[in-house]
Design a protein around this ligand. Sequence first.
Ligand code: ZN
Length: 321
Amino acid sequence: MEMREVDAPFPGPGEAIVEVAACGVCGSDLEGYVGTPGMADRRVPPLLLGHEFAGTVLEGPDEWLGRAVAIHPLVTDGSCRFCRSGRRYLCPNRELIGLNRPGALAQQVVVPLSGLHALPEGVPQWRGALAEPLAVAVHAVELAGPLLEREVLVFGGGAIGFFVAWAARRAGAKVQVIDISDTRREQAAALGIASADAPQGEVDVTFDTVGIEATRAAAITHLAPGGTAVFVGLHDDESPFSFYGLILQERQVRGSYCYSDQDFARAVSLCGEVPDDYIAHVPLQEGASAFDALAAGSSEYLKVLLEPDGPSLSEVSPTCT
Ligand SMILES: [Zn+2]
């Protein structure tokens, strides 16, 4: 990964240029960076990474100019049955900014107008970069059904796990985060969320934000009869589990990926409210070392935001090579 000078981006029809204020580093970016099979083939260098971002509209229609925005980073065809029914995240032609298109670990990025969401009044722009991971959580929580008074286990205390726990509690659930990391459990506790290193008993709803065999199995075995498990974590592709346990207890299993426009709008409305502890603000020019630190597992932060440092760095971007 290195900083590179690139040409300023040019907007096509139906597109805008956003000056990036902050862009989060996603677990999937890291998996691509370290070369995890399945994830790395989806992020082919040279590529500008970055799909969790917010900033100011620099070029585009008058009504958007100068506005602070968070960006829904999925680009879809707008014409298939999923796009037409409000579930464009399932579009067979979906592309992601920062994966199929140049991403936002840059000063400027091209975005479709359909992806622009105005930030609420008074919310700092960097908080808009939390909208994307928060939208993943909002969608997963939505798929779990009503959570009022429900007991919920969230496997994984990283950013997505924490946001899922936060959103589930906001929906009225009694939430516990399960993570083997002392640091993650301490963070959850400091943020007011109960935590443990191993699950006990049976609950109504589980969320797996890790995606390994052990957490997937536990997300089902710790589910009460008739309960719902929502799977978000993408670490492994295949994991075995007991179909008898699923069928005989009539448990439900759901996969959750991305978010609808509504979920994203909801996340934007909430991004000013999530706790801002354990969020690192790192200058964009230190992006490469931030990736190395995260890949080495040495980060104590829930989320690292890379922030371009003003006009002196014009058109400089870290490119994954
Ligand atoms: Zn479509």
